[in-house]
Ligand binder design. Structure first.
Ligand SMILES: [Zn+2]
Length: 291
């Protein structure tokens, strides 16, 4: 549990709003969740106050917490925030509020999923064997075992729900989907931690004879999976649509268009474009890059 350097009045008010929404027990749980996901104390405090602000508004709207979904969040962000007069300390940055609420709902969903009895029985048995392997074979510390056990518990619940665990039925797409969802908004270090947990677990399964070679082979690239959906190159049609997106009737649009043409036509890197000067260009010979 992080100790905030100083409890500001806004933070005390935020705790009160959690309590009024009947979610007092989840206040510390949310702080712990964000901290375990690698967020720095100022971000944790910011998100905490964002969620508290939302809960305060939701209570006034007589909305129960199980009613919370995209529609209610949209009403809060687009309907309430621009005209909010709740309290001076309230967080009103829509991007922060949205991220904070997504994490809060994510935490709430995970907490409920792990309470499902059937999931607990089969997954707990698997986690017990994995924990024994981490302790006796790998000699991992208690804190590392705790983190990996939690990651793998979430992974197995995501893959199998209430079905019996059959590792051979896990497809690469299942692993990618879990990592994409689980690592949304995390720091690179936390993303690597999730990948490390999966790697450790699959190695454990490989030792027991489960065919997981293909899944393990895909794991070292886990830190780059956020970019995995991006195409290597753009098609001619995509290039045409990209270039036609700029409004070249004003200076900003012309600048953006020129930057994009440097990237596309000259293959310059971002930093090279950023540092490009007029003297770098041989105007008589054309667009020759002199450095
Ligand atoms: Zn407000």
């Amino acid at each position: 549990m992080p100790k905030f350097s100083r409890l500001r009045s806004g933070h005390i008010l935020a705790r009160r709003w959690f309590a009024k929404a009947g979610l007092e027990a989840h206040a510390d749980e949310y702080i712990r969740y964000l901290t375990e996901h690698g967020y720095a104390v100022p971000t944790v405090e910011c998100y905490f106050r964002c969620v508290a602000h939302f809960l305060h508004w939701a209570v006034q709207q007589h909305a129960a917490f199980h009613d919370v979904g995209d529609a209610l969040i949209d009403r809060f962000i687009h309907g309430h925030l621009p005209h909010c007069q709740c309290a001076p300390q309230c967080r009103r940055t829509s991007a922060d509020v949205h991220a904070a609420l997504m994490h809060f709902l994510d935490m709430y969903g995970i907490a409920r999923a792990t309470q499902a009895p059937i999931v607990s029985v089969s997954i707990d048995a698997e986690l017990a064997m994995f924990t024994q392997y981490m302790m006796e074979v790998r000699g991992l510390s208690e804190s590392t075992r705790h983190v990996r056990r939690r990651h793998i518990g979430e992974f197995l619940a995501d893959c199998f729900h209430e079905q019996p665990i059959q590792i051979s039925k896990i497809a690469l797409a299942d692993v990618v989907r879990f990592v994409m969802r689980r690592t949304r908004g995390l720091t690179p270090g936390s993303v690597k931690s999730v990948g490390g947990s999966l790697h450790s677990y699959l190695r454990f399964k490989a030792i027991s004879g489960t065919p997981v070679t293909a899944l393990i082979a895909a794991l070292p690239r886990v830190a780059l999976w956020r970019l995995g959906g991006l195409p290597d190159v753009l098609s001619p049609e995509e290039v045409r649509r990209l270039l036609s997106a700029f409004d070249r009737s004003n200076a900003t649009g012309m600048r953006d268009y020129a930057i994009t043409r440097c990237l596309l036509d000259l293959g310059l890197r971002r930093t090279e474009v950023a540092h490009l000067c007029l003297d770098d260009i041989d105007w008589r010979a054309g667009m020759n890059f002199r450095r």
